[in-house]
Design a protein around this ligand. Structure first.
Ligand code: KG4
Ligand code: ZN
Length: 345
């Protein structure tokens, strides 16, 4: 079965073609980073318009790179939520219209299921059951995964998502948007041990997270540094040191909760996905922790951690192969719980 996957939930337009027999045939991406940079964050209306601009040319490019004609498609998968409603509708309308014109089924994909299944795009991929750490700009959650569509959320953020905390702290440090990669880069020249940030909610049982306090802690630290400096400003080294302390705090908090989740569920297989999963320090620290437990860690390659069409094509293909597809109405949801999904069998 050959399936086209379309991702347009936020600030990336991604299109991919997957073949259930041959694997991923192509994937192309257009990032809107430059478009939103001057506003310091995603402007929803601009995002929708840009998706409309890029969806068709990217689809043509993905088909061309896959070496197939659109008539070879057996189905079209698209992100139906959660995300920015206008952005979602752009992709949904395009996907549905294409499926209608080709007389093939269309299948809606939950964006976080896309992230969760992204490690299956790799050659060495996990078997079920596993624990999933999903860390993106909008979500931070731990789920026990018994199969496709069998997700039990065992921990989640009570306030800011991990990526959101990276983005907001980066903004406070004047590092611009998107904040996560910028902050991680700045942290590379940081001096460890100068500042010590808290590890929120690790001193009590449970698997929930809270990251908004770290951003406030970063702000207070910055104000202290400024007040103690001769010229009432922060040096580049100050910024790097704060970035490093912040990154270490987020990473160690995530690692502590993942270890706890593995121990509580007696599972030794962990996957990490979502934009923050691209973070080098997080990947290395999780690897050390999982190795210490004699467990297995899986993550998608960095480009499949952040939003992309390949993960949507894969999730859609698996659901289409199991006979699932939706009626012709175009639907999209700004809010959608992962636990509402139908299991495959
Ligand atoms: O999964 P994603 O591309 O979009 C959402 O579904 O939200 O995740 C984007 C988030 C942003 O908050 C971004 O700052 C963060 O992932 N991110 C990172 C890194 N790369 C992306 N955070 C920390 N370190 C990174 N290297
Ligand atoms: Zn995402």
């Amino acid at each position: 079965m050959i399936v086209l996957g379309i991702e347009s939930s936020c600030d990336e337009t991604g299109v991919a073609v997957i073949d259930s027999e041959r694997g991923l045939l192509s994937h192309v991406l257009h990032s809107q980073v430059e478009l939103h940079a001057e506003y310091g964050g995603v402007v929803p209306e601009l995002a929708s318009r840009d998706h409309i601009r890029y969806l068709l040319p990217l689809t043509e490019q993905a088909l061309q790179q896959a070496g197939i004609d659109k008539t070879a498609l057996d189905g079209v998968a698209y992100t139906a939520g959660p995300g920015l409603i206008g952005a979602l509708m752009s992709g949904a309308a395009m996907a549905r219209s294409l499926a209608w014109a080709l007389q093939v089924p269309a299948v809606e994909v939950h964006h976080m299921e896309g992230h969760l299944l992204a490690p299956l795009l790799e050659e060495s991929s996990p078997e079920f059951p596993f624990i999933a750490l999903l860390v993106s700009g909008g979500h931070t959650l731990l789920a026990e995964v018994d199969g496709i569509g069998r997700y039990e959320i065992i921990g989640q953020s009570l306030d800011d998502a991990a990526g959101e905390a990276f983005d907001k702290t980066a903004k406070l440090l004047g590092l611009g948007y998107p904040g996560g990669p910028a902050l991680a880069k700045k942290a590379m020249s940081g001096q460890a041990g100068r500042f010590s940030f808290p590890r929120p909610m690790t001193d009590r049982p449970g698997l929930d997270f809270s990251f908004s306090g770290l951003k406030t802690f970063a702000l207070n630290t910055m104000q202290e540094v400024v007040s103690q400096s001769d010229d009432a400003s922060m040096s580049e080294q100050d910024k790097s040191d704060i970035a490093l302390a912040f990154e270490q705090a987020v990473v160690e908090t995530l690692v502590i909760k993942c270890r706890r989740a593995l121990q509580q569920t007696d599972c030794r297989r962990l996957i990490v996905a979502g934009g923050v999963g691209a973070n080098r320090r997080l990947r290395d620290s999780l690897q050390d922790m999982v190795t210490g437990l004699d467990g297995e860690l899986y993550f998608p390659r960095v480009e499949f951690c952040t939003d992309n069409g390949a993960m949507i094509a894969l999730a859609g293909c698996l659901r289409l192969m199991a006979g699932q597809s939706q009626a012709l109405a175009i639907e999209a949801r700004a809010r959608w719980s992962l636990q509402e999904l139908k299991p495959l069998s």
